[in-house]
Design a protein around this ligand. Structure first.
Ligand code: ATP
Ligand code: MG
Length: 243
């Protein structure tokens, strides 16, 4: 299968210090890929470079074999390469509707009506009545769900999610899980950075492990959990053979 997204020798340095790389990575259409790794291992920086928020020091980003390394972030979003952020990224003082409309305009997409906006809110598990609410009045969990909605209005073909479960209670986490399963059913590719293994691993077709800015391992959830080097780098433990 031809990958939707591919990186070749992608490398990012900050003032002589390595952010990550070189990294060869791919995500196939409709595939759910988990990215795990210790704090500071380069996961968010990798997302920032792949989506065009940061320029790489070297290497390439390909979208369906087309080189998009120098394409602006909004142009990548228009192709369907869309991300959510680790922190909440909404305009606090304006309504949910205006936030959604602004996301569309910012990415050069045409505006959509209230009914379609409400459909997106329902899809992520937000009450449709929140459309008139100020984004700043939403709870932490609700604003994370709005973050998802802001990405979804862009009609992504591949969504990059940075810690979508962070700070959510079980009910909101379940909403996100359901939404990710719906996205998968709808054939949308997903790359998820997440520390919460019990929520992440059941969703993934493949898991890629980052350590010190490089890919340490790659495989199914089951294979990854069995690897000693992964358990040591990420969980700080080793499988010790017993007599
Ligand atoms: N703007 C920046 N300037 C300098 N160094 C940076 C910058 N952004 C990230 N880094 C460095 O790059 C490395 C990778 O950071 P990154 O945020 O990508 O890690 P992460 O894997 O997302 O961690 P976490 O799990 O804590 O979110 C770290 O050493 C970090 O300090
Ligand atoms: Mg991060």
């Amino acid at each position: 299968m031809k990958p939707l997204l591919q990186t070749i020798g992608l490398f990012k340095q900050f003032a002589g210090l390595r952010g990550f790389g070189p990294i060869d990575f791919y995500a196939n259409p409709g595939e759910t890929v988990g990215v795990i790794g210790p704090n500071g291992s380069g996961k968010t920086t990798f997302f920032n470079v792949v989506t065009g928020f940061l320029k790489p020091t070297s290497g390439q980003v390909l979208w369906q074999d087309q080189d998009i390394t120098n394409l602006a972030d909004y142009s990548r979003a228009r192709l369907g390469l869309v991300r959510t952020f680790q922190e909440k990224m909404v305009f606090q003082g304006t309504s949910v509707r205006e936030n959604l409309q602004f996301a569309l305009i910012q990415h050069g997409k045409s505006n959509i009506g209230d009914l379609d906006l409400q459909e997106v809110l329902a899809y992520v598990g937000l009450p449709t009545s929140t459309i008139d609410q100020k984004a700043g009045d939403l709870s932490w969990g609700q604003s994370r769900l709005l973050g998802m909605a802001l990405s979804l209005v862009m009609k992504p073909r591949l969504m990059l999610l940075d810690e979508p479960f962070a700070g959510l209670n079980r009910v909101s986490a379940l909403k996100i899980t359901n939404m990710l399963q719906s996205l998968k059913r709808d054939g949308i590719g997903i790359v998820i950075v997440e520390h919460e293994m019990s929520l992440l691993l059941p969703l993934c077709d493949r898991v890629v492990v980052f350590a010190d800015g490089q890919v340490l391992a790659e495989g199914s959830s089951h294979e990854i959990l069995q690897r000693n080097d992964v358990r040591k780098a990420y969980f700080g433990e080793e499988i010790v053979a017993r007599d």
